[in-house]
Design a protein around this ligand. Structure first.
Ligand SMILES: Nc1ncnc2c1ncn2[C@@H]1O[C@H](COP(=O)(O)OP(=O)(O)OP(=O)(O)O)[C@@H](O)[C@H]1O
Length: 558
């Protein structure tokens, strides 16, 4: 409604001018009141039209922003619920682009495309109607501008659409390159590969420049130039016809004025509509990508919220195969993990240790066999219930670039006493005392100001804050300094008996005192038992591993 009124007021301006010119000026009537009245009406109508346009823009923007808010919320929630294998196979930058750029393209569709196209189409129709009412013959001369402009728009779409797609593709490549280079900057610098990457970047940059120039050339040629030329030809035709009819009389010169003004305004909406079609194209590509993402099934979630009483974990002939993999990563794992026990898991790299922890944490689902917590399938548990009972410390803990306190809490609530207990249990106190602002020290991006071992202790304190029944720890590396190693061992010793500990270890010293050590190779359990029992088997794998490590560390001390 506002749109129609605003357009009517907009179009009325030249009409009022025509009334004044033909009714008073040409007649030689130079009294003040008609000028004041019609001039005031002219200014008023244009002012109200501007107000109307402002209200429309506000309205469309609100619709757009509301749509984007809901959509972004939905896409992000969906992304967080996608199964692990989807995240493993999708580059981070691509997921980020889905949630930010693609949803933004949809916003543009509402704000910039639909609003502009609708406003301009209505304006176009309004001008044509006003022309027809004023002078049908002249309107019929001006009207062909619309179909001719349609052809120009079609040509523009055909030629510039491809170039615009190329610009966007190159921009995505460029973003990925920048992401990759910045993420791996230390490696690039250490390997002296910065120049190599710079040249690669230069190549895509040049291609993007050329593609961009192509779009500028096409739009420069077809948009303003072609449409202005056609408008000028039509203007000449109008002058010709008007001249033939009113030659020398000067009659209806106001009509000519109104037509020239309207004609000048017809090409603007046409150019706007043409330009906005790119946004439409972008939004439809983004929309297709978003729909494809939203169509991907979320990881199934259980609903069992019953309390976990004993926290006994049992695995019966568990098999697991990674999505799309040809063979099983874990095969025939059978384990009984009683509450409060300390289990160590060792094995060569790639043997499936981290995968086993992912299954226990409910991050991946077993392919075959049974995995239960208190005799209830782990897969049936609601994520909140399972996460409250089982906490994990991954190999590469997630550290945000905020303070240590925020990193420990990770959005949850805990009082000072709980925080202090978790910090003490994880042996994090010494580190906090060393930091300039203690718990309120910012940790820098991805926690790079902390060592690998310290990041794991932080993740352990974070996990302990939730007071879990079972703690899964995937030891980051064999090569932490002896002070950190000592702190980690002390932390495990402190937790022992209070919490079930399942620890994947690269340093055998970490799990030396475990109740049971499980040796895995190629996804199968080779042997299990206590440290002494396993060492008592001279031809056992653990025996060999232990003596091999002992020799290596003895050599490194020589
Ligand atoms: N998403 C995946 N898709 C396919 N295979 C995978 C995937 N993730 C891991 N794997 C494979 O599964 C096997 C076990 O990996 P896992 O990370 O569990 O080993 P690991 O014993 O923890 O090794 P490390 O000691 O180096 O941490 C490896 O061969 C690995 O290549």
């Amino acid at each position: 409604m506002i749109l129609l009124v605003a357009t009517g007021l907009d179009v009325a301006g030249p009409w009022l001018a025509q009334v004044y010119i033909d009714g008073y000026l040409v007649e030689g009537d130079l009294r003040a009141w008609p000028l004041l009245l019609l001039g005031g009406a002219y200014i008023g109508s244009q002012g109200l039209a501007a107000l109307g346009r402002y209200l429309q823009t506000l309205y469309f923007s609100r619709i757009g922003l509301e749509a984007i808010y809901t959509l972004r919320q939905r896409v992000f929630r969906h992304v967080m619920r996608l199964p692990q294998h989807v995240h493993d196979a999708t580059p981070t930058g691509e997921m980020v682009a889905r949630v930010t750029n693609d949803t933004d393209a949809i916003r543009e569709l509402y704000v910039a495309f639909l609003a502009t196209v609708l406003q301009n189409l209505v304006l176009l129709v309004g001008i044509l109607v006003a022309m027809a009412l004023m002078n049908l013959q002249l309107m019929l001369i001006a009207a062909p501008l619309v179909p001719i402009a349609g052809v120009v728009i079609w040509l523009y779409q055909r030629t510039s659409g491809r170039a615009a797609m190329e610009v966007r593709r190159l921009r995505a490549v460029q973003n990925a390159r920048i992401n990759e280079a910045i993420g791996g900057m230390s490696v690039l610098q250490a390997f002296n590969r910065t120049d190599h990457f710079r040249h690669h970047f230069h190549d895509t940059n040049i291609s993007q420049y050329n593609a961009r120039m192509r779009t500028v050339r096409i739009s420069g040629l077809l948009l303003r130039s072609a449409l202005d030329l056609i408008a000028t030809i039509i203007l000449a035709a109008l002058l010709w016809v008007y001249g033939l009819e009113h030659l020398g009389s000067g009659a209806e010169i106001g009509v000519l004025y109104a037509f020239i003004t309207w004609l000048g305004r017809v090409s603007e909406p046409l150019i706007e509509i043409t330009q906005r079609f790119n946004i439409f194209q972008q939004a439809s590509v983004a929309g297709t990508r978003l729909l494809r993402l939203l169509d991907r099934p979320e990881a199934p979630q259980g609903t069992d919220t019953g309390p976990v009483e004993h926290a006994r974990l049992q695995l019966r002939d568990v098999h697991f195969r990674h999505h799309g993999a040809a063979t099983d990563t874990l095969a025939g794992i059978t384990l009984d993990i009683p509450p409060g026990s300390f289990f160590g898991v060792v094995g060569p790299t790639g043997s499936g240790k981290s995968t086993l922890l992912d299954l226990l944490a409910g991050l991946s689902r077993i392919s075959e066999g049974s995995l239960t917590l208190d005799d209830r399938p782990v897969a049936d548990f609601a994520p909140e219930t399972l996460n409250a009972a089982i906490a994990s410390v991954p190999q590469e803990p997630f550290v945000r670039s905020t303070t240590l306190r925020d990193n420990l809490l990770l959005g949850s609530e805990a009082d000072d006493a709980q925080l202090a207990a978790a910090i003490d249990d994880a042996q994090l106190r010494e580190l906090i005392d060393r930091l300039p602002d203690g718990l309120d020290t910012p940790l820098g991006e991805r926690g790079l100001t902390l060592s690998t071992g310290e990041r794991q202790l932080l993740a352990m304190a974070r996990a302990l804050l939730r007071q879990p029944r079972i703690l899964l720890l995937d030891e980051a590396t064999a090569s932490v300094d002896s002070a950190t190693e000592h702190r980690m061992n002390r932390a495990l010793e402190r937790l022992r008996g209070r919490v079930t500990l399942i620890v994947v270890a690269h340093r055998l010293s970490t799990i030396r005192h475990a109740d049971r050590i499980v040796v895995i190779e190629a996804g199968r359990i080779l042997e299990q038992g206590s440290h002494t029992a396993l060492l008592d088997r001279p031809d056992g794998h653990y025996h060999r591993l232990w003596h091999h490590r002992q020799r290596r560390s003895a050599e490194s001390w020589q």
